[in-house]
Design a protein around this ligand. Structure first.
Ligand SMILES: *[C@@H]1O[C@H](CO)[C@@H](O)[C@H](O)[C@H]1NC(C)=O
Ligand SMILES: *[C@@H]1O[C@H](CO)[C@@H](O)[C@H](O)[C@H]1NC(C)=O
Length: 433
């Protein structure tokens, strides 16, 4: 009996082991916080557009995060150093100390280093260009009346300051019609109210307290156990520092091709549990820097949304644009979503407890190319003219703002009007860059 048990147990173990190969695992974990490729999270506006009988879209307001970009300089340096870790892994594999699958080790060793990855510093990647270009293509197919034959005064395309954001705007506009004009970056843009707010800079963005929960989480037993698992799986004979683990995580997520659907061999170093632990570190940072974790964030989101309200009020009065499109950072998107009360958990996110079912998940809000879109339609219902507003996040309808995702004009205006009174005098506007 005992022997039988032992045999079963061994079979079970070897079965489990064979399941752990990354290269042939059917559905690897694909949520990488703010470095998630757009294709891994997006819907498709062509399929998901909410159509209401008797209604015709007349104006679209939207806000985009830049498409996939190269890592910043510091991140790139750490990643470049960490590439050498694959040699240690290959060595420990030959010594029988590494429990990765043979093919996973092969794929890691055969992975071709793209020097642009480490030299591109913050620039938009080809994939990022294609993401933005394709979104515009899909919008054009969905709203042909709005996106074709645009006249000079019918559209606004405006990026905020950063090369990758301006390049994203270019890619998007090329996907519509490359002759269209892109506005210059504006200082004090309504889309970036936080950049000129001294208090946000000092009390949130540059305040170590903002990053404290994430830092504490990196000292938690859960985080340490993750590191330990990675060390044991790879069979390294040295300890990985937090910097090393983060660099390996970055290699995994930056080299995952969303457009071609090719998983990065670097992700084989992690189980999905490990990836969720690493994801939480970043979720915590985003939560306090951009989201519900700090009350000022919600105020800035309201300012961004007043631009939406005013845009649609003008359209309704017959003076609006067909297309109003802004391109910015994930900060703006997170703030706007927070002000809409979305992704809000009952309890604050803490280092002491990672709630797996939390609403706040940065991959949903701020993947590369993440976007919020609102579509204003003019309707004729029972002989009466009215307007509706429908919201989309990453090309999927947001159904929780109004019933079935369709806001009648009155309801929309009621919800957004209070935002007009947002008081940011606390800001101390001296910190203009
Ligand atoms: C690991 O991290 C340390 C600092 O924490 C760094 O000095 C070292 O170069 C890193 N090793 C690799 C292989 O990246
Ligand atoms: C930016 O906006 C704030 C608040 O509206 C204002 O006090 C400040 O003068 C503006 N700065 C510039 C350079 O326009």
């Amino acid at each position: 009996m005992q022997i039988l048990f032992l045999i079963c147990f061994c079979l079970y173990i070897s079965f489990v082991n064979s399941l752990f190969c990354f290269w042939n695992s059917g559905c690897p974990y694909r949520h990488f916080s703010t470095k998630t490729p757009y294709n891994l999270v997006r819907g498709d506006i062509r399929d998901s557009q909410i159509k209401v009988k008797g209604c015709k879209p007349v104006s679209i307001w939207s806000l985009y995060r830049n498409g996939k970009s190269y890592p910043d300089k510091e991140t790139a340096n750490h990643m470049e150093n960490a590439v050498s870790i694959r040699n240690y892994i290959a060595e420990s594999y030959t010594k029988g100390k590494c429990s990765l699958c043979a093919q996973d080790v092969d794929n890691l060793i055969n992975w071709k280093m793209d020097t642009k990855l480490f030299k591109g510093i913050n620039a938009l990647t080809d994939e990022g260009y294609q993401e933005m270009y394709s979104i515009a293509n899909r919008l054009k197919a969905t709203f042909p009346d709005l996106f074709s034959h645009l006249k000079e005064n019918e559209f606004v395309f405006r990026p905020t300051a950063a090369g990758r954001i301006e390049e994203s705007a270019r890619a998007f506009v090329n996907g519509i019609d490359d002759r269209l004009f892109i506005e210059n970056v504006k200082i004090n843009d309504t889309i970036t109210p936080y950049t000129s707010c001294g208090k946000y800079e000092s009390e949130v963005k540059s305040n170590p307290k903002t990053y404290e929960e994430a830092a504490n989480y990196q000292k938690s037993s859960e985080y340490l156990a993750m590191k330990d698992r990675v060390e044991r799986r790879t069979g390294l004979d040295f300890k990985l520092t937090d910097e090393n683990v983060t660099a390996l995580y970055d290699l995994c997520r930056f080299t995952w091709s969303g457009i071609n659907g090719i998983a990065s061999p670097w992700c084989a170093l992690f189980t999905s549990e490990d990836l969720q632990v690493l994801e939480y570190v970043e979720d915590l940072n985003q939560y306090y820097k951009n989201g519900h974790g700090s009350p000022t964030n919600v105020l800035f989101g309201r300012i961004i949304l007043t631009d939406l309200l005013k845009t649609f009020q003008r359209s309704k009065a017959g003076e609006g644009k067909k297309i109003t499109t802004y391109f910015g950072q994930s900060t703006a998107i997170d703030m706007a979503l927070s002000s809409l009360g979305l992704f809000k958990d009952k309890e604050y996110l803490r280092s002491s407890k990672r709630n797996r079912d939390r609403k706040w998940k940065s991959y949903k809000m701020s993947s590369f190319s993440a976007n919020i879109m609102a579509v204003l339609s003019r309707c004729n219902l029972n002989g009466k003219d009215d307007y509706t507003v429908v919201f989309y996040l990453n090309e999927e309808p947001i159904k929780s703002i109004c019933l079935e995702g369709i806001c009648p004009w009155n309801e929309f205006e009621e919800k957004f009007k209070p935002f007009l009174d947002t008081d940011t005098s606390f800001c101390d506007f001296n910190a203009i860059r």
